[in-house]
Design a protein around this ligand. Structure first.
Ligand SMILES: Cc1ncc(COP(=O)(O)O)c(C=O)c1O
Length: 421
């Protein structure tokens, strides 16, 4: 970390108001013009911009401390191993896990869910069993379970959602039964912004002895996570959605469960000894980290966690809640606009359609105004089907967005209407 960024941290730490200008100055990507207009970045649910502190941590690691990790006897390998394992401790603390043995580094949420579906699923889900998910899942919390069901002869059961985009909890209780072998649910929906009542879901599932996987890809940047308080069995996060680099994420899993899971991938580092007659596996968490991992990615993820911790998750959540309310009110004033997803508890996502205008056209015209939103099905096609729309436009917020960004969006939408009338 540079001397100037250290000074920045001190300023933020001593300030008790949410200093969004100071925060924005840490993100070089935000300070550019697009099509001649200052950028308004509202595509955070897809991926967030990176603070200078994360960029510096990655380039500093490559410049000074880089080597392959574990088993190296030379100085650089020891430094790289320390950096990698210290990032694991940061993730452990960030997620509230009891032990670093419960944190597995992998590419991100998608790989985390695939690991559980493949490894836990192979050992515990068979013919006639059921896997319970919900209508609002991202494709990465649908397809791995579908694949497991195809392989094993199990059935995929789906909890419906109401018109506001909230889970129908009565239906969930009915669907959760003796045949259910695992429940997999998103903490926050990327397409709707709904914050699901995961604590209640975990209690209901545990009452029947069923483990629960939480897809936390959209929660980790916005809500304080505490896996021990939640008592979830698995929780996945993606670094690139929480101000860290791409290609790195983490799976939390309870140690007692991990101990009984067969390895996911075979290769170097996940073994204890190998012979042609018999291979024995490494201890946790290395048993689930075959091959050379994304070492620099973990360093960047650790720096992103330091950055977020420095601002404080409570302050972030409060600021974003206020901004989401402001954005929701502002969009409600836009003629012909329908918000898709109006749950009572929401985080940071404003999905919408405009009468008679295709979302792709909305996105293209907003881009001409320097405003980045995402349009399409957001890897949640069952949600689009549920609301009877082929796609939506989605503005998604991070703690560096401002009311001015929302005002620019609203003015941009007025331009969209003008073009189409
Ligand atoms: C709710 C949710 N789950 C899972 C994913 C997949 O995350 P990744 O592509 O980082 O693996 C996403 C990405 O948009 C998401 O929003």
């Amino acid at each position: 970390m540079t001397a100037s960024s250290n000074a920045g941290l001190a300023t933020r730490a001593t300030s008790n108001r949410f200093d969004v200008d100071r925060i924005r100055s840490d993100f070089p990507g935000l300070h550019q013009t697009i099509k001649g207009k200052p950028l308004v970045y509202l595509d955070n649910a897809a991926s967030t911009q990176k603070p200078q502190q994360v960029i510096d941590a990655i380039s500093g690691f490559y410049a000074h401390d880089y080597a392959n990790i574990h088993r190296g006897v030379h100085e650089l390998s020891e430094r790289a191993t320390r950096a990698y394992e210290s990032a694991r401790l940061k993730v452990q603390a960030f997620m509230g896990a009891a032990s670093e043995r419960e944190i597995i580094f992998l590419r991100g949420t998608t790989e985390g869910i695939n690991l559980v579906a493949e490894s836990y699923g192979r050992a515990h889900v068979g013919e006639g069993d059921e896997v319970l998910i919900t209508t609002m899942e991202h494709h990465s919390n649908i397809v791995p379970w579908q694949m497991l069901c195809e392989r094993s002869g199990a059935k995929l059961k789906v909890v419906p959602i109401n018109d506001r985009g909230e889970l129908e909890m009565d239906e969930l209780e009915k669907l959760l039964g003796a045949k259910t072998k695992i429940v997999a649910v998103g903490h926050v929906s990327n397409a709707l912004g709904t914050i699901n009542p995961i604590r209640t879901i975990i209690e209901l599932a545990h009452a029947q002895g069923v483990p629960v996987l939480i897809d936390g890809a959209q929660a980790a940047p916005h809500i304080k996570i505490d896996v021990r308080e939640l008592d979830c069995d698995f929780y996945t996060i993606s670094g690139h959605k929480m101000f860290g680099p791409t290609g790195i994420g983490a799976l939390y899993a309870k140690e007692a469960i991990l101990e009984k899971m067969p390895p996911y991938q075979g290769g170097g580092d996940m073994i204890s000894s190998v012979s042609f007659e018999k291979t024995t596996y490494n201890r946790l968490p290395f048993r689930f980290e075959a091959g050379t991992p994304n070492i620099a990615g973990t360093v960047g993820l650790g720096a992103a966690i330091d950055y977020v911790n420095d601002i404080g998750m409570e302050g972030i959540a409060a600021y974003e809640e206020e901004l989401l309310d402001y954005g929701t009110e502002a969009l409600r004033e836009v003629q012909g606009l329908r918000i898709i997803g109006e749950a009572n508890h929401k985080a940071s996502v404003l999905s919408f359609v405009l009468d008679g205008i295709h979302p792709h056209d909305i996105g293209t015209i907003l881009d001409q105004e320097g405003i980045a939103v995402r349009t399409g099905h957001h890897c949640a096609q069952p949600v689009m089907e549920r609301f009877g729309v082929p796609a939506t436009a989605r503005a998604s917020l991070a703690f560096y967005n401002t009311r001015e960004d929302i005002d620019r969006l609203v003015r941009g939408l007025a331009t969209v209407r003008e073009v189409f009338t």
